[in-house]
Design a protein around this ligand. Sequence first.
Ligand SMILES: NC(=O)c1ccc[n+]([C@@H]2O[C@H](COP(=O)([O-])OP(=O)(O)OC[C@H]3O[C@@H](n4cnc5c(N)ncnc54)[C@H](O)[C@@H]3O)[C@@H](O)[C@H]2O)c1
Length: 166
Amino acid sequence: MGVRVLANDQKPVLIVGGAQGIGKEIAERFLKEGHRVAVSDIDEQGLSLLKKQHSELLTFQADVSSWESVQQMISAAERELGGIAHLVYSAGMTKSLPFLEVDFSLWKKTLAVNLYGLYYCIKASAPYICERQEGSIVVIGSGSAITGSGGGIQYYASKAGAFGLM
Ligand SMILES: NC(=O)c1ccc[n+]([C@@H]2O[C@H](COP(=O)([O-])OP(=O)(O)OC[C@H]3O[C@@H](n4cnc5c(N)ncnc54)[C@H](O)[C@@H]3O)[C@@H](O)[C@H]2O)c1
């Protein structure tokens, strides 16, 4: 529903975490609607496959868990797209494990991608969006932030944090 509304305005769009899955579908829908679209992802191979399918697409390899990487990616995307009006955050990771099997490493990594990465991308792109005085930031959340099912506690916590941030 949200994508249909945004799809009418033809403004530049950046999809973070769009090399596959939901982000890829969203990117392809925006392309079909005639937007200038950039996709970023950590997955270099996924990005080059996507680029082969859609030569008009701009792609940027970046790790959302790194503030430096996000800053570089957002400023390159802004420059090459000619602005950022809409940011879609679809980067994410999940691993379904019982509570006692979730270790610090998985906890930190999931929060780094699903929550810190979201904050970094908003912090880096919001000045451009505000400067335009138009646009939007769309985040793919999850009902499991409230209900807790189908992931692991690290995932539910990260998604609840994302709701709070939004
Ligand atoms: N698929 C579902 O049923 C579902 C349901 C509810 C919510 N979601 C949420 O929607 C979003 C997209 O889900 P999906 O199913 O398309 O997942 P997916 O795994 O297919 O795609 C996630 C993308 O994020 C990228 N990514 C992972 N770590 C990254 C990092 N450090 N830096 C940059 N990119 C990174 C991956 O390479 C991948 O391309 C996620 O936030 C997920 O939690 C998905």
